[in-house]
Design a protein around this ligand. Structure first.
Ligand code: HEC
Ligand code: HEC
Ligand code: HEC
Ligand code: HEC
Length: 486
């Protein structure tokens, strides 16, 4: 196997790790072009629930299209909602999402859609392939029923706009200005996604940033970044809820909607919630991949290689590192797995990566799935469905519980799940997971910039220069410092 893949892999943590401890940089206010408002012609009712209507209405000046200057300067208050849409239009990375599928991406890319499609589906434009469109715009516009509808086609160019996260607005666009009563019930009734709930928010992001099965009830298609697409050149999806949340320009005032008061998110809690939600999203996708493979759905390969640790197959064939060892023969890496079987999902943060959450795989919360996926023979799809579906139910309950934790409880849980001593980090993905966890814990302290251990800066450099020794040394030093704190 060529080492080109190693480049693909190593580019990832660097891309994902452009973290610092400052506030997310908001570029100066740009002029926002607001499309003309078209008042809804029919009275939206629950008949239009989950029907996409596009964002032009949202961006009207009297709605969410007021100047976003204050939001862009990081000031938020009870009137922030007025500039939410303008803030999105001015600085949100999701505005470029659809353009990435065209010949004119709105940001520099390493690999173009044309290049990916030449290998993945020769002769098809990415904008005509529902599998691509599903994540690069409001997914509801990419269902088989809507795919060729000219109106849907036009709306898709908005990219990942309001309805992609808040839910297709047909059912709620008129009513939502005067809602009263229990927010959760109202959202469910009209089809708005309850993004104020941290667990629901994480799952909404992960629909695209991890992938998800089709959801016919909400009118959403399958979203699946599989190994075929990755091998054709699509970047592997890296996602850490805490880090991506931090990087998303915030166009709202963070609120406890039940108590109707502002709240501040604790970064360690965001990380913990993200971790559980991530496991749920990954298991849902796995169960769906298995089901599609069992039913013989076209282009649903099995085993799906993107479920496994990339580096276990795409690796350097050096016999040993300078000191005579090799990470793949390290017992910490094997961790009781049969030699020759790649580990499942080190990229998702719920496996025993670097001992996070469980010192041994036998204690891992996802043990039954791990043992099956890492068995000597690839498990049959039907076996996978049997084991993964009960796990999803368990994780759903776990997510509710985690969302309900107080900040203090969440912080102490994060401290508990991190390795007690200096971590024995077996490979890159685990190191990245561990780094995100330590960074979230650090941010939860809200330190002054001068109070952040210098190792955080050093480790970023080490990740970028692929210096494994420095990565592990800095991780160890960070854990020692964090543990010594009261
Ligand atoms: C499961 C969701 C998903 C699917 C399916 C998907 N993409 Fe993406 N794509 C993303 C995300 C998320 C990113 C941004 C990755 C990041 O920065 O974390 C992205 C990034 C890209 C980029 C930018 C690459 C670069 O070098 O920066 C291109 C081009 C692209 N996608 C094209 C495609 C094409 C073509 C398809 C269909 C073959 C496709 N996408 C399918 C989610 C998806
Ligand atoms: C990437 C996902 C995403 C996209 C895209 C998105 N939002 Fe949001 N939005 C959020 C999240 C998360 C919240 C916080 C939800 C909460 O606390 O209830 C939010 C909150 C809001 C709020 C509440 C503001 C407040 O201070 O009370 C408004 C209004 C809003 N968004 C409008 C929009 C509009 C208009 C668009 C499109 C132009 C849009 N959003 C696009 C994720 C998104
Ligand atoms: C409908 C699909 C979809 C949903 C839902 C979604 N995203 Fe994205 N997201 C994308 C795509 C596609 C890109 C790539 C855009 C680009 O890089 O230009 C992206 C890019 C991003 C980026 C920029 C990444 C980078 O490398 O700079 C951040 C940060 C982000 N998303 C966070 C979130 C968060 C947080 C949520 C949930 C509140 C969310 N996204 C929900 C599809 C989605
Ligand atoms: C079980 C083994 C296995 C796993 C795990 C695996 N791959 Fe692959 N991958 C392969 C094989 C086999 C090929 C085809 C190689 C060839 O044709 O030379 C391939 C091809 C590729 C290619 C195209 C290689 C090239 O040189 O053009 C890329 C990129 C790639 N994989 C990335 C990934 C990523 C990213 C992951 C993790 C999400 C991953 N792979 C997981 C076995 C694997």
């Amino acid at each position: 196997m060529k080492l080109a893949a190693r480049k693909v892999l190593s580019a990832l943590p660097v891309g994902a790790l452009l973290v610092g401890f400052g506030i997310v940089g908001c570029t100066p206010p740009a002029e926002v072009k607001v499309p003309p408002y078209q008042p809804p012609t029919s009275t939206p009712s629950t008949d239009l629930k989950n029907v996409p209507v596009g964002m032009s209405g949202c961006l009207a000046a009297a709605c969410h299209g007021a100047p976003a200057r204050e939001l862009l300067e990081g000031k938020r208050d009870k009137n922030s909602w007025q500039g939410s849409g303008s803030c999105w239009a001015a600085v949100d990375p999701h505005t470029a999402a659809y353009s990435l599928l065209t010949d004119h991406p709105h940001r520099p890319v390493k690999v173009t859609a044309k290049h990916i499609m030449a290998l993945y589906a020769p002769g098809t434009e990415a904008t005509d392939d529902a599998r691509c469109v599903a994540c690069h715009t409001n997914p509801a516009l990419a269902t088989p029923e809507r795919f060729n509808d000219p109106h849907a086609r036009a709306l898709r160019t908005e990219g990942v706009s309001c309805e992609s996260c808040h839910g297709s607005a047909g059912g709620w666009v008129s009513e939502h200005t005067s809602w009263k009563g229990d927010r959760k019930e109202v959202c469910a009734k009209f089809g708005m996604v309850p993004l104020y709930d941290l667990g629901e928010r994480a799952l909404a992001c992960m629909g695209c940033h991890v992938g998800s099965p089709a959801d016919p009830k909400r009118g959403l298609p399958v979203r699946d970044m599989n190994h075929d697409m990755i091998a054709a050149g699509h970047p592997r999806l890296n996602f850490d809820f805490a880090e991506y949340t931090r990087r998303l320009p915030v166009h709202w005032e963070e609120k406890d909607r039940a108590a109707n008061r502002p709240r501040a998110l604790n970064p360690a809690k965001v990380w913990l919630v993200g971790r559980v939600a991530h496991a749920e999203a990954a298991c849902r996708l796995l169960a769906d991949r298995a089901e599609r493979a069992r039913q013989g759905t076209p282009r649903s390969p099995w085993p799906e290689l993107a479920e496994y640790n990339c580096a276990s197959c795409h690796h350097d064939l050096r016999p040993a590192d300078e000191d005579g060892t090799h990470w793949r023969r390290d017992l910490a890496y094997l961790d009781g797995r049969p030699p020759g079987q790649p580990p499942w999902q080190t990229i998702w943060p719920m496996t025993p990566a670097a001992g996070i959450g469980a010192p041994k795989r036998n204690d891992a919360p996802l043990k039954s799935v791990i043992v099956l996926m890492e068995a000597r023979r690839w498990p049959a799809p039907v076996q996978v469905e049997k084991v993964v579906n009960p796990m999803i139910t368990k994780l759903q309950a776990g997510l509710r519980e985690t969302v309900g934790l107080s900040d203090e409880e969440a912080v102490s849980r994060v401290k508990i799940v991190l390795p007690a001593g200096a971590p024995q980090v077996p490979e890159w993905d685990s190191a990245v997971q561990l780094f995100f966890a330590t960074a979230a814990l650090e941010r939860a302290r809200n330190p002054a910039p001068s109070d952040v251990p210098k190792e955080f800066g050093q480790i970023l450099g080490a990740f970028r220069s692929e210096n494994w020794k420095e990565v592990t040394e800095n991780l160890n030093a960070i854990r020692v410092i964090q543990k010594a704190r009261p």
